[in-house]
Write a protein that binds this ligand. Structure first.
Ligand SMILES: [Zn+2]
Length: 106
């Protein structure tokens, strides 16, 4: 499993703020943004998708916070160089996501 698969799996577990969210003017839902975030950080989105992604961020503080969290995670694990997460790192990431989420939920 690549780091990106793992990150995607983690990301898909982090939909706390997206429940029931409708698409905004960008046409992108919070859920779709979550799906795209690793591609965004990799620079793999098409120009059109990137614009939609950023348009959504403009109007959604929850997704901005989410993106910053994911960006920090990607930097922490060595960027997009294809570095595989070891289990210990994966545990730490999961713990940090839980912390982040519990802070948001307060
Ligand atoms: Zn959003």
């Amino acid at each position: 499993m690549t780091w990106k698969d793992r990150l995607g799996r983690i990301a898909r577990g982090q939909r706390g703020h997206v429940a029931g969210a409708a698409p905004d003017s960008s046409g992108l839902t919070c859920q779709e943004l979550v799906e795209l975030v690793t591609d965004y950080l990799e620079g793999a989105l098409s120009l059109e998708d990137r614009h939609r992604f950023e348009a959504h961020l403009d109007g959604c503080g929850g997704c901005r916070a989410y993106l910053e969290q994911m960006r920090g995670t990607v930097l922490a694990i060595g960027g997009v160089a294809g570095v595989a997460l070891d289990p210990a790192m994966s545990q730490r990431l999961m713990a940090s996501f839980r912390d982040w989420r519990s802070r948001r939920d307060v």
